[in-house]
Design a protein around this ligand. Sequence first.
Ligand code: CO
Ligand code: CO
Length: 310
Amino acid sequence: MEHAEDAGVYRLTDELAIIQTVDFFTPIVDDPYTFGQVAAVNALSDVYAMGGKPLTAMNIICFPIKKMDITILQQILLGGVSKMQEAGVTLVGGHSVEDDELKYGLSVTGVVHPGKVLLNRGAQVGDRLILTKPIGTGIVSTALKADRVSDELLAKSINCMTILNKAAAELVTATSGVHACTDVSGFGFLGHACEMVENSGVGMKIDTAAVPFFPEIRALVEDGIVPAGLHRNRNFRLPMIDGAAGIPHWLVDILFDPQTSGGLLIALAVDQAEGLIARMHAQGLSDAAVIGEIVAEPAGRIQLLGRSRL
Ligand code: CO
Ligand code: CO
């Protein structure tokens, strides 16, 4: 727990460890079935980020049964189950309580070989960094509440949030030379990147022009439509980051956008990076990109490089 890992790992035997994680939250999309899907994909992600295979899950439900129609809950649970099935995960139970505010998520148990656990630390000098999904779901969810999102942008964001990190994780665990992995979630892309280098003895360079994001969110950020968590993320981690002054303000904000069900951030040996990207693209993960590299100096810090995409 000391290094803010994505999930807990407990060794059962020399060959087998279990991975446990829990995640649940309030709706970020209007459609109940879609919300169920997003919540399940998000909860499963931390097992994939550890290099594991999720096996079982339990529902966690807070539901205002006196003021909301039960069919909404049924749709949420069906959405969740659809993604558990896609992941090959068995729903083994759950618990529900009455609550004023609707919340849903999962506790997930997975397995991993104890020698093959992927930690967020361990990146080595010269490694390339790969990000597998575009950024912007937090800004889109905030803009949705302000009625500022086009159908097209909403569809893009939902598509991003409902893609399991399963395929990406299976490619990662089948690739040699992977030294670190995490998933991008509430702390934003740069927040989770900071976790990779903090007290790790290495630093990171990020090519800001290579980081994938939904292009439409630039205008939203410039209009001040950003989640409160984005400011918290930026204020917390900006002291670890060099070069932000040379990057457009809106882009720095985007790099701190809290993500729901974001992609994997992977550090791997330079000679493996191109091959992994090609295999990801072949599997339909078309936004996966090399977005930076691990450097020796300055250790424990991130340098932002690049020019604005004007
Ligand atoms: Co995580
Ligand atoms: Co989590």
